[in-house]
Ligand binder design. Structure first.
Ligand code: NAP
Ligand code: F7E
Length: 356
């Protein structure tokens, strides 16, 4: 039986990859960072799976990384753990470097010194390209423009260095943005679908955003974890881009999500004074808050995944519209559930007050 070790198992990709590998018959071991609130929400349905194990750990603790890898002796290691929020990396650049750059070095050093022979997948990112000309492919020169991207660039080169110097099977999956109903709520796709669901249910009047003109190549996380696995099944370690080749701006994302609940958005004004209002009612549904602007932003990302298609047979299966529909419907169901719970709580409190 194949044994996989996943860092970042409690995150979006960790949750999809764990399910994917369990279905393939793997024994899955995940590194769970300590957290004051429960961080296993995304893993709820597999926590009691007989082949799924969680281990307390942290990528900033070298001793812990060595001990865990020594104990588990995995065949495949997927390093998905990271401080993954680009805007936040401007606020905590040192912590971002410790986890996203040095964390990778700790894993590679453990593989080398423990003589593990495990295959290693590194979650590299399209952020490495910064504002390099599109479409970006494996040979496009990198131009990182955030502390997050610079940390990931160090990790990228460490993977190549350990592969070329020590013959370790280590690969970089350079993945463009991928989303899902499990996406963190402070990434723009999920922020939009959650707010649209709340506006639909009358819990909110509008959403506040930053740069509406940023363009991204957005795919579905479920499709991308298959690509990660395929990279480790090759006979030679190589780096691959995973992307859809389709682009949308944040503005189009907003229009598509609101159209799903029957609201047509029209734009008025410029820069921080721009608003998005509903054509029919004139209600303002989108406002700008410069607090969501970044000190430096990546304007246009569009990936060319030809190499992944040719070598791995990988193609994305989910269109942007169906991704947004899936996320929105999941958020609508979630908002309805929490409204129902609030209603029950209120009713119980009324009964309790009456009885007292
Ligand atoms: P995510 O949802 O933010 O998950 C990140 C995971 O890293 C979480 O499980 C988090 O744990 C864990 N983590 C944070 N600090 C850690 C530490 N010090 N030690 C160990 N684990 C730590 O990110 P994702 O979207 O699943 O992305 C997975 C990976 O792919 C990340 O490396 C990200 O940078 C990279 N990536 C993502 C995309 C994308 O579009 N999603 C694209 C390219 C690359 P807690 O939350 O429990 O603290
Ligand atoms: O921003 C703009 C923002 O935070 C996308 C991570 O998974 O993908 C992700 O990084 C764009 C940016 O993702 C808001 O300025 C406007 O231009 O959803 P995001 P990201 O920065 O592209 C890459 C590939 C990774 O590797 C990362 O780990 O949307 N934007 N208004 C906003 N962004 C956010 N978060 N919030 C806003 O209100």
């Amino acid at each position: 039986m194949n044994k996989a070790f996943i860092t970042g198992v409690t995150g979006q990709d960790g949750a999809y990859l764990s399910r994917f590998l369990l279905e393939k018959g793997y024994e899955v071991h995940g590194m769970q960072p300590r957290c004051e609130v429960d961080n296993t929400e995304r893993l709820a349905d597999i926590l009691s799976h007989p082949r799924f194990f969680l281990h307390a750990g942290d990528l900033t603790d070298g001793g812990n990384v060595f001990r865990l890898l020594h104990e588990v002796q995995p065949d495949e290691i997927y390093n998905l753990g990271a401080q993954s929020h680009v805007a936040t990396s401007f606020q905590i650049p040192e912590q971002t470097a410790n986890v996203d750059a040095l964390g990778v070095l700790r894993l590679l050093e453990a593989i080398r010194t423990l003589n593990l022979g495990a295959k290693f997948y590194q979650a590299s990112s399209s952020e490495l390209f910064g504002n390099a000309p599109a479409p970006q492919h494996e040979k496009t020169p990198f131009q990182p423009c955030s502390p997050y991207a610079a940390a990931k660039l160090y990790a990228y080169w460490m993977v190549r260095t350990y592969r070329e110097s020590y013959g370790i099977f280590a690969v970089n999956g350079i993945l463009f943005n991928h989303e899902s109903p499990l996406r963190g709520e402070d990434f723009v796709t999920r922020k939009v679908t959650k707010a649209v669901a709340e506006i639909y249910c009358g819990l909110k009047t509008h959403i506040t955003l930053g740069n509406l003109d940023a363009v991204r190549d957005w795919g579905h996380a479920r499709d991308y974890v298959e690509g990660m696995w395929l990279m480790l099944q090759q006979s030679e370690p190589q780096d691959y881009i995973l992307a859809t080749g389709q682009t949308h701006s944040v503005r189009q994302l907003v229009e598509i999500a609101f159209a799903e609940i029957g609201r047509e958005i029209v734009w008025r004004g410029m820069g921080p004074d721009e608003v998005g209002y509903e054509r029919k009612t004139g209600d303002i549904l989108v406002k700008i808050d410069p607090q969501f602007y970044r000190p430096n932003d990546v304007h246009f990302l569009c990936g060319d995944a030809t190499k992944a298609y040719e070598d791995l047979g990988w193609t994305p299966k989910t269109s942007f519209r169906s991704l947004i529909q899936e996320m929105l419907h999941s958020d609508l169901a979630q908002v309805e559930r929490s409204k129902h719970m609030d209603h029950l709580k209120e009713k119980n409190e009324r009964v309790f007050r009456h009885a007292a």
